[in-house]
Design a protein around this ligand. Structure first.
Ligand code: EPU
Length: 302
């Protein structure tokens, strides 16, 4: 989708939104897959309500992009524009055990910055790519922890009220890879309350998690992390592995040899290739185990 109307373009500049035409989303996602559309980069949170009313008034559909690390975007010309927050400087401000973090902050850098200030708890998420906003939206977790446990409050643009709101922790439900945020809500910032821990100890925890991740996940390859959620009491990766499906490919979309719930882009995979592989695996798991696997990866298909 393209914004060509000079009046809209002028309004965007006035509200500090940087418009980039025909951006290939493949370059903005960890899978390296995705067609083209206009990208609107938002420099000031305050612009958001007006920006969204401007898009609505002109029938321009939109989607919010975080770090693009848990996302499978469709091929070709995409029928919506993409909005993304520009990371401010600084993006993390500490106040005792509280970390005030912008949603556009890089998750790994935020964890490291807090660790250097003797604030821990998030060690399990080191090595998970993406933004803090993205991690928050899906309640990212690993090695027995999840980000939701540390949330004090979240500032977000709520699609339902069309307003910027602040939600306290008890107003949000954080479950396994799921939250009560609506799909059209946009995370703006979060206050995390983190336990005090000496830097050395945090570093040791980070080292252990890094080692586990390196030995079990295909870190150097283009992927979106785990494709499917784990069904209750089971591991999707183990089931796919037990069916002997590691290495199965559709075009350049391929099941990792290292972890069967990671599907990698081994070259120039298209979204169609990846979607066909996902559908095939889902059907085989359903047939053999009677389990219907649910996507963990978010799919933006036209
Ligand atoms: N397994 C296999 N073959 C495989 C993969 C796994 O037999 O190809 C077995 C493992 O040996 C292990 C069990 O399955 O006994 C579980 O595997 P693992 O410890 O790798 O954990 P997982 O359940 O596959 C989950 C999260 C990961 C997270 C790790 C570590 C989900 C869907 N996945 O994986 O999160 O990093 O635990 O805590 O919840 C993600 O969210 O994208 C993600 C990668």
């Amino acid at each position: 989708m393209h914004i060509r109307d000079p009046k809209i373009i002028a309004r965007l500049a006035e509200i500090h939104v940087d418009l980039q035409h025909s951006v290939a989303l493949a370059g903005l996602t960890s899978l390296g897959i995705g067609g083209t559309t206009d990208l609107l980069r938002i420099k000031k949170h305050e612009s958001l309500p007006y920006l969204l009313s401007l898009l609505d008034a002109n029938d321009i559909p939109h989607k919010f992009l975080g770090g693009g690390s848990n996302l499978l975007v469709g091929d070709g010309e995409l029928p919506w524009v993409v909005l993304q927050l520009v990371r401010p400087e600084p993006d993390v401000v500490l106040d005792g055990n509280l970390a005030h973090v912008d949603a556009a902050a890089d998750l790994g850098r935020m964890i490291t910055f807090c660790a250097k200030n003797d604030l821990g708890g998030m060690e399990g998420l080191i090595g998970v790519p993406g933004t803090v906003g993205g991690a928050l939206r899906m309640n990212a977790g690993a090695y027995g922890m999840q980000i939701g446990s540390y949330v004090r409050e979240v500032k977000l643009y709520r699609a339902a009220s069309r307003k910027v709101e602040v939600l306290r922790d008890h107003q949000i439900s954080f479950e396994y890879r799921h939250t009560s945020f609506a799909p059209d809500d946009m995370m703006l910032s979060v206050i995390l309350e983190l336990p005090s821990k000496p830097f050395k100890l945090i570093l040791e925890g980070i080292r252990i998690c890094n080692e586990k991740r390196r030995s079990s996940q295909p870190l150097g390859q283009k992927s979106a992390g785990c494709i499917f959620k784990n069904p209750s009491g089971a591991s999707a990766g183990r089931m796919i592995d037990e069916l002997g499906l590691k290495g199965l490919s559709v075009g350049d979309a391929r099941i990792s040899d290292r972890h069967a719930n990671f599907f990698v882009n081994a070259g120039h995979a298209s979204a169609q290739d990846m979607l066909a592989l996902i559908a095939d695996v889902r059907e085989r798991v359903q047939k053999s185990f009677g389990v219907s696997l649910e996507n963990e990866v978010v799919v933006w298909n036209a």
